[in-house]
Design a protein around this ligand. Structure first.
Ligand code: 5GP
Ligand code: ZN
Length: 109
C-alpha cells in the first residue's frame, strides 16, 4: 500500500538520480553523513525492512544487486550499507531505503 504523502514515493518519481535501474533509484542524501552518502530507494513501498517478505524474491535480489552496482557506479570500493529499522534505530522516513556511505563517515555507522 503506497501512502499518497510518502516523501520517498514522490522522490522516486521526481528526483534526479545518480543511478537508476528498473524499480530502483539512488539519490544523494540531503544531509550527508559521509563524503559520499547515497540513498537507494525502491519503487515498491514498504514501511521498513521489517516487511521485506513483501518483496518478491527476484525483486529483493535485484535490490541487493542495485546497492552494489550503485557503489561501483560512483567509484566506491570500500563502503558501508546501513538500514535503519524503526524509530528506535534512527529511521525517520518510513519507506524502505538503504544508506550507502563511503569515504570519511561521520554518522549512521
Ligand atoms: P533514515 O533516518 O530514515 O534512515 O534516513 C532518512 C534519510 O533521508 C536521512 O539521512 C535524511 O537526511 C534523508 N532525507 C530526508 N529528506 C530528504 C529529501 O527531501 N531529499 C533527500 N535527498 N534526502 C532526504
Ligand atoms: Zn513510499
Amino acid at each position: 500500500m503506497q501512502p499518497d504523502d510518502c516523501l520517498f514515493c514522490r522522490l522516486y518519481r521526481e528526483a534526479d538520480p545518480v543511478h537508476s535501474a528498473d524499480g530502483f533509484i539512488a539519490i544523494k542524501d540531503i544531509n550527508p553523513q559521509a563524503d559520499t552518502h547515497l540513498l537507494v530507494i525502491p519503487r515498491r513501498h514498504i514501511d521498513s525492512f521489517r516487511e521485506i517478505r513483501e518483496f518478491p524474491p527476484e525483486e529483493a535480489r535485484a535490490m541487493l544487486d542495485f546497492v552494489a552496482d550503485t557503489a561501483r557506479h560512483v567509484g566506491l570500493e570500500d563502503y558501508k550499507v546501513v538500514v535503519n529499522v524503526g524509530p528506535g534505530a534512527g529511521q525517520t522516513i518510513f519507506h524502505l531505503h538503504w544508506h550507502v556511505l563511503g569515504g570519511r563517515i561521520r554518522g549512521l555507522a
